[in-house]
Ligand binder design. Sequence first.
Ligand SMILES: [Cu+2]
Length: 70
Amino acid sequence: MAVSMQITGMHCGGCVRSVEKAAQSVEGVSNLSVNLESGQLTADIANPDLAGTLKAAVEDCGFDVTSVTS
Ligand SMILES: [Cu+2]
């Protein structure tokens, strides 16, 4: 299933890489894409519970997730 999140606090490519790294560390996440300009993360997740895990992983590296759509 697909999930998308709106992230605030990303200012540069380094921030994007931090978010990508955190998101990719969550097992069951694939086809990850993080866009700096829109602040949007999109990915496929293996089960619905991973949306919360993914949100927590992004927040743990210092960014705010303002919405999750799955
Ligand atoms: Cu940055």
